[in-house]
Ligand binder design. Structure first.
Ligand code: C2E
Ligand code: CA
Ligand code: CA
Ligand code: CA
Length: 279
C-alpha cells in the first residue's frame, strides 16, 4: 500500500510539473511572439440590424504558434494577464487596430467604428489611458470611432480607481461598452456608475433565443433596459437568420455573429467591403 501510495503521489507530482512546464513554455513563446510582432488581429463585422449594413468591426487577437498552430485567445489572454504581458499585448492591439481603422477610413469608409477588448490588468497603474492616447495620436482617428469593450472583470476591479480611469477615457471622447452583458453578478450596478454607450448581450443568451422562453425573456428585458436608458444594444453570437429575425422583431439595433461574418483577416474584410487598400 505504501509503495502504491508513493507511486500515486509521484504520478500526481509529475503531472503537475508537466502542467507547470507547459504553461511556462507557452508563456515564453508568447513573450517572443509579442517581441517579434508575431501576433495578428482579425476583425469581425458589427451589423446594423435594420439595414444590414456593416457599421464597424471588433478586433480579435490571434496567435499562430510556429509548431502548434492557432492558439485561441481564451487560452493565451489569461496567460498574458497572469504574467504581466497583457500591458504590452494590449498596447499593441490598440495601436494596430487604430492604424487599421485609419487605413479603412482613408480607403473610403470614414464612418467605420473599431471595437477593442480591454483586460482588467491594463487598468492598473493607469497604463490604458496612455495607450489609448497614443493609439489615437499615431492613427489620427476621431476618438468617437474607437469603442472600448469592458467585461465585468474590469468593472469588478477596485471600483473607484477604474471608474476614474473610465471617466478620463470618456473625456477623451472614446466610447465604452459592456461586453458579455448578463453573465456578471452585478451588471446593473455598473450602469449607475458610468454612462456606457453600448451593451453587448452575451452569446449564451442569444444562442438559445428561439428554443428557450426564459432566455427570450432575458434578451427582451436587456434590450428594453438598454433602450430606456438611451444605450445602444448589440446581440453577440448570432448564428442563424431565424435569430437575426427575432432580434429585429425585438428592436435590437446591432448584431454580430457567424451568420453575418466570422472574424476576418484585414485584407479579406477590405475586399468584402470593396475597399481598395494599397499593398
Ligand atoms: P469576446 O470579446 O466575447 O469576443 C467574441 C468571441 O465570440 C470571439 O471569440 C468571436 O470569434 C466569437 N464569435 C463571434 N461570433 C460568433 C458566433 O456566431 N458563434 C460563436 N460560437 N462564437 C462567435 P475569440 O476570437 O476566440 O475570442 C475569445 C475571447 O478572447 C474574446 O471574447 C475576448 O474576451 C478575448 N480576446 C480576444 N482578443 C482580445 C484582445 O485583443 N484583448 C483582450 N483583452 N481580450 C481579447
Ligand atoms: Ca468583446
Ligand atoms: Ca463578448
Ligand atoms: Ca466573451
Amino acid at each position: 500500500a505504501k509503495r502504491g501510495g508513493r507511486g500515486t503521489y509521484q504520478f500526481a507530482n509529475a503531472t503537475m510539473n508537466e502542467v507547470a512546464l507547459e504553461r511556462l513554455r507557452l508563456e515564453s513563446a508568447l513573450r517572443l511572439a509579442i517581441e517579434n510582432n508575431a501576433l495578428r488581429l482579425e476583425y469581425q463585422p458589427l451589423i446594423h440590424l435594420p439595414s444590414g449594413r456593416v457599421v464597424g468591426t471588433e478586433a480579435l487577437c490571434r496567435w499562430d504558434h510556429p509548431e502548434r498552430g492557432a492558439i485561441p485567445p481564451s487560452l493565451f489572454i489569461p496567460i498574458a494577464e497572469d504574467c504581466g504581458l497583457i500591458e504590452a499585448l494590449g498596447g499593441w492591439v490598440l495601436k494596430t487596430a487604430a492604424l487599421q481603422l485609419r487605413a479603412w477610413h482613408d480607403a473610403g469608409q470614414p464612418e467605420l467604428m473599431m471595437a477593442v477588448n480591454l483586460s482588467a490588468r491594463q487598468f492598473q497603474r493607469g497604463v490604458v489611458l496612455r495607450q489609448v492616447e497614443e493609439a489615437l495620436a499615431v492613427s489620427g482617428i476621431a476618438p468617437d470611432r474607437l469603442e472600448l469593450e469592458l467585461t465585468e472583470s474590469v468593472l469588478l476591479h477596485d471600483g473607484e480607481a477604474v471608474t476614474a480611469v473610465l471617466r478620463r477615457l470618456q473625456a477623451l471622447g472614446v466610447k465604452l461598452s459592456i461586453d458579455d452583458f448578463g453573465t456578471g453578478y452585478s451588471s446593473f450596478a455598473y450602469l449607475r456608475r458610468i454612462k456606457f454607450d453600448k451593451i453587448k448581450i452575451d452569446q449564451s443568451f442569444v444562442r438559445d433565443l428561439i428554443d428557450d422562453p426564459d432566455n427570450a425573456a432575458i434578451v427582451r428585458g436587456i434590450i428594453s433596459l438598454a433602450l430606456s436608458l438611451g444605450l445602444r444594444v448589440l446581440a453577440e453570437g448570432v448564428e442563424t437568420e431565424e435569430i437575426a429575425q427575432r432580434l429585429r422583431h425585438l428592436q435590437c439595433t446591432y448584431a454580430q455573429g457567424y451568420h453575418f461574418a466570422r472574424p476576418l483577416r484585414p485584407e479579406v474584410f477590405a475586399l468584402q467591403q470593396g475597399l481598395s487598400i494599397p499593398p
